[in-house]
Design a protein around this ligand. Sequence first.
Ligand SMILES: [Zn+2]
Length: 215
Amino acid sequence: MKPTITAYEYSYISQQLDALVSAYLSVNDKHMRRVVRDTTLERIKPLLPLDEPLVQEFLTRLQPDRLTRKAAAEIVPLLEPLVIPFPELTTKQLSKLFRKVKKLKQPEWATLNLHQLTYLGWNDGGNQKKYLVAPYQDRLIGIQGDLAPQVVKGVCSICHTIGNVSLFVSTTKRSGLGSYTRNGNYICRDSEQCNRQLTDPQGLADFITVVRPKK
Ligand SMILES: [Zn+2]
């Protein structure tokens, strides 16, 4: 069984099921519920390897006329073995991505669901820093920046969703004698939440292009 579903597709599927549950709660007409369900299936089926038994089980359990929040939360993880996980990086690999950082705070790998990560992001609260590891041109790159302690409601530059964001300021370029180009963007304070909301990789790609360190 080779994983073929990306983390952002997995987030999309999960969001679609959330929307289906909400629709079921507000639509009383049986025919209308069927239309809503068919629309959901139309959207997610192209992302699924349909010949996998796990997918068949997922689709069968998605068919009833009603789906509770609890049932949806149980069937979404059925797909996890088919989702390409984010690689678990060693301390050494991470220090190579952040050469200039002396005491790099490590991500809490034990609490992360690697199937839900299109990128990896974690905060060093004490030093008001955020670290990101993201795919860029077929490899992983590390990006660090200052994370403002203030949390505001706003649109995240990565997942394009409204939520709790903070100003993230990265240094992208040395523009002359001792001066730097600093780049500020509001992004989700909680990167795991951001990943669960990230259903289109373009937002991340655009963000990385802007904030990646340039020589
Ligand atoms: Zn976000």
